[in-house]
Design a protein around this ligand. Structure first.
Ligand code: BV8
Length: 224
């Protein structure tokens, strides 16, 4: 693996997808603790379902930006030598043409059945309690990783970091673990590390190089 790229909400910001922390820690007017934890879902499932249904609808109406397209071009060039790990739950990488994307925090477009565990495309607003296509139960939740839940793909990510020559992080505040620690793992194993961000982040000190600017400008420059 030559290159592992970690992306965060900042790569989708110029597509019009609000980031989590740039809006003062509010997502669509909600505190993260009120909507992105299993406890929140237990306590008030309707609010959580409405929050994700609204984000699913709004992401359908935005488009990938030049940063997403540049990473898709890079994949066409590097193939299996590139792994994109995203914290984002939107599908903008895929809509820009990337095929190898690991959604460590899950995907807005997927629903997970809390009865049988099936993960399938969300059949519309989950607030309407649609039936699971696998078992028929009406117990679907967003297939996203909430705070306190174990991210997807950690073994694959660790293996990729162990062998990569270069690790880059794009548009992430470095506030959420274990993603924020990937740069330290990569650096300890000898990788070169690069950060592309609009502003310095909590993990800027850990990178060999930090380039500041909007992703839609920085990423094409960096890729091409
Ligand atoms: C877990 C999905 C146990 C839902 C999200 C230490 C070690 C391990 C865990 C912890 C730890 N300390 C605390 C924890 C627990 C916790 C955590 O990290 N808490 C934080 C608040 C301290 N972590 C967890 O609970 C994780 N699970 O630890 O399980 C475990 C771990 C390992 C092995 C076994 C067991 C699960 C966390 C997942 C939470 N779910 N999202 C949803 O999306 O609704 S996290 C959420 O924050 C989003 O995914 C978001 O993407 C992510 C991180 O934020 P960023 O992507 O960085 O976005 P942010 O808004 O913060 O920043 C925007 C950035 O973009 C900024 O830097 C800005 O400058 C930049 N930017 C803006 N515009 C642009 C730009 N850059 C370029 N161009 C622009 N135009």
């Amino acid at each position: 693996m030559r290159l592992v790229v970690l992306t965060g909400a900042g790569i989708s910001a110029e597509s019009g997808v609000p980031t989590f922390r740039d809006a003062g820690g509010l997502w669509e007017g909600h505190r993260v603790e009120d909507v992105a934890t299993p406890e929140a879902f237990e306590l008030d499932p309707a609010t959580v379902q409405r929050f994700y249904d609204a984000r699913r609808r709004s992401v359908a109406s935005v488009a990938p930006n030049p940063a997403h397209h540049a990473l898709a071009r890079l994949e066409a060039e590097l193939g299996d030598e590139l792994l994109v790990v995203t914290q984002n739950i939107d599908d903008l990488h895929e809509r820009a043409g990337s095929r190898r994307v690991l959604h460590m925090h899950g995907e807005l477009g997927l629903a997970r059945c809390t009865a049988c565990g099936d993960r399938s495309p969300a059949p519309g607003d989950l607030l309407d309690e649609p039936a699971c296509t696998a078992c028929g139960e009406r117990m679907l939740r967003p297939d996203v990783v909430w705070f306190g839940e174990v991210p997807y793909g950690l073994d694959e990510i660790d293996a990729a970091l162990a062998g990569c020559a270069h690790f880059a992080a794009i548009g992430t505040s470095g506030a959420v673990y274990p993603a924020a620690g990937f740069v330290l793992t990569a650096a300890a194993l000898g990788a070169r590390t690069t950060e592309l961000n609009l502003a310095e982040s909590e993990i800027t000190p850990f990178f060999d190089e930090t380039r500041l600017g909007p992703a839609s400008v920085l990423v094409p420059e960096w890729v091409d």
